[in-house]
Design a binder for this molecule. Structure first.
Ligand code: NAD
Ligand code: A1AUG
Length: 525
């Protein structure tokens, strides 16, 4: 039955991006910004508890990174009692949702995909105003959300079929997958739509319920998706949406005995903390908590002497400076063979120098980092780097007219020692390091000289070298002759090795297994 229904879907196709090079499309994006400013600016938004919109007595402000003096909207600060209500609501809703028809789940996701298609430019503008993505970066993420809806619709049906086992002559044996309970979804600000959506859809597609806690820098990108799911027919209790401060929604949410699983994406520091705290069995807790923790990266691009250097330079610049380097997948280390090192460095510097710094709302190629705290942390790396490596570009704050924001010039250091923090630590900003390798094998060793293992790119035309790279590079996502950012849901299952996390592989064919438990039923004939 289910497989027939699945066959009823049209073949999956990735959502195409908007072409903002066309005046008409660019005009529509500008209109969407105007509309979002008129419709949302200055508003106080609610949380959703027990299916009801709840205003907070205390609220916090969300600032526009392009000019941090501008408060774009406000959200409630949940109280401990409201967190309790959210978890209780999700627990109660699980008793019904766990038995919901997978086809119902798939249908809701398909409807949500259509609703989102019609509002993509609006969602792009909301994201631009709260996390500083330019048009193309925001569009890439919202298109990924449409893909997630389509992919998870299919995954819900696929996993509902169970799996065949080897038969017995005198028993009927089945193996089926069942949901596990209440999943806490905790997400970062840099992908405020696609990342929490991926985790939440994984949970819901499997029949679980969700307490969704967005990053406080970017709650509206998340809230609009929750409301879209409600509009598509999701019973409102299935997602509880809570906003507020980490003292109320961090440890207390993770520690709560009624939470069955924590699906987290964010920093290594918080991911490790969650892993440790979730290991403790709380009084009255009847399971071992499951933790998905997808964390940071220090992603290398290896360039061999035989590579197409123009192609490599373009890929490096896009992956290092797209969204000001604030992606877990961003290229932050280039490791090039000595014979092409200087030439590649020249080409990368030339391209990076052309990047105009400015406002994401006006679609500048290089926007601000998320806030002043982040800018100060990044500049600390840069100042220290000036004493340990050769600065070849940038190395300073950049102006953007009258605006006040975390604008930083694209920065490149050459001759970075592998023991340098520039080479080892996640900086999460527009800062790129170049390191020279003796030969391509040495370059692979250097690429692997990291506690992280999220993405990597490898440029060569030689099939033997490519083969070795495929075998040896320690990364969850290895890209050959292309940039190391831009995984597509359904195709590039995403998640890293080592301290990049639990390798959950969102958007991949095994992802739903994270949210399920397996039941074998053997019935004697
Ligand atoms: N591997 C991936 O797929 C991936 C994707 C995007 C971002 N990231 C990583 O995320 C980081 C940037 O995001 P960030 O600054 O928002 O990360 P962060 O770890 O500071 O925060 C992430 C989330 O955790 C919450 N949080 C804070 N303290 C908590 C606690 N004690 N318990 C539970 N939750 C708590 C925050 O409020 C936020 O919602 C980078 O390291 C980046 O590499 C990883
Ligand atoms: N999935 C995104 C990265 C998300 C992390 O920040 C990419 O593939 O570039």
């Amino acid at each position: 039955m289910t497989s027939t229904l699945m066959e009823g879907f049209l073949p999956f196709e990735h959502e195409p991006y908007f072409n903002f090079g066309l005046d008409a499309v660019a005009g529509r994006q500008r209109d969407a910004y105007r509309m979002v400013r008129e419709k949302y600016l200055g508003r106080a938004f609610p949380m959703y508890l027990g299916g009801k919109a709840v205003e907070g007595t205390a609220t916090f402000e969300v600032h526009n990174p392009a000019d941090t003096r501008e408060v774009v909207w406000r959200f409630p600060k949940a109280t401990p009692e409201q967190l309790e209500e959210a978890i209780g609501g999700a627990k109660a809703a699980f008793e019904e949702w766990r038995f919901s028809d997978p086809m119902q789940r798939a249908t809701i996701f398909k409807r949500a995909a259509d609703l989102l298609r019609a509002r993509r430019l609006e969602f792009n503008a909301v994201m631009g105003l709260e996390n500083g993505k330019n048009w193309a970066e925001a569009d890439g993420e919202i298109a990924e959300c449409v893909d997630h809806f389509e992919v998870f619709a299919r995954e819900a049906l696929k996993w509902a079929q169970g799996k065949p086992v080897y038969p017995m002559p005198d028993e009927h044996v089945t193996m089926v997958y069942e949901p596990i309970g209440v999943v806490a979804v905790i997400s970062p600000w840099n992908f405020p739509a696609a990342i929490p959506l991926g985790m939440a859809l994984g949970a819901i597609a499997a029949g679980n319920t969700v307490v969704w806690k967005p990053a406080s820098e970017t709650p509206l990108s998340s809230l609009l998706l929750v409301e879209l799911l409600y509009e598509a027919g999701l019973p409102r209790n299935v997602i509880q949406f809570v906003t507020g401060t980490d003292d109320v929604l961090g440890d207390p949410l993770v520690d709560h005995r009624d939470i069955r699983m924590i699906a987290f994406t964010g920093s290594k520091e918080i991911g490790c903390r969650i892993m440790e705290r979730a290991a403790k069995v709380q009084p009255g807790q009847k399971w071992l908590k499951r933790v998905m923790a997808e964390m940071g990266g220090k992603d290398p691009t290896v360039v061999c002497a035989d590579a197409d250097l123009d192609d490599a330079a373009r890929g490096i610049v896009q992956a290092a400076f797209g969204y000001a380097g604030q992606k877990c997948s961003a290229c932050s280390r280039v490791i090039a063979e000595a014979s092409v090192y200087d030439e590649l460095l020249d080409r990368v510097v030339t391209l990076a120098r052309e990047l105009k710094v400015g406002s994401p709302e006006e679609n500048a190629p290089l926007g601000p980092v998320i806030h002043e705290g982040s800018a100060a942390r990044i500049m600390d790396y840069v100042e220290k780097g000036k004493g340990t490596a050769r600065l070849v570009l940038g190395g300073e704050r950049a102006g953007s007219g009258e605006r006040e924001g975390g604008y930083i010039a694209p920065t490149i250091f050459a001759d970075v020692d592998p023991r340098d923090p520039l080479f080892q630590e996640e900086i999460f900003g527009p800062v790129l390091s170049f390191t020279k390798a003796r030969d391509w094998r040495h370059a692979i060793d250097l690429a692997n000289d990291s506690e992280y293992g999220l993405t990597a790119a490898f440029y060569s035309r030689d099939p033997q070298k490519i083969n070795e790279a495929r075998r040896l590079i320690h990364a969850g996502n290895l890209y050959v002759n292309r940039k190391c950012t831009g995984a597509l849901s359904g195709t590039h299952a995403f998640g890293g090795y080592g301290m990049s996390g639990t390798n959950a592989k969102v958007g991949g064919p095994d992802y739903l297994f994270w949210f399920l438990q397996t039941k074998t039923v053997a019935q004697k004939y």
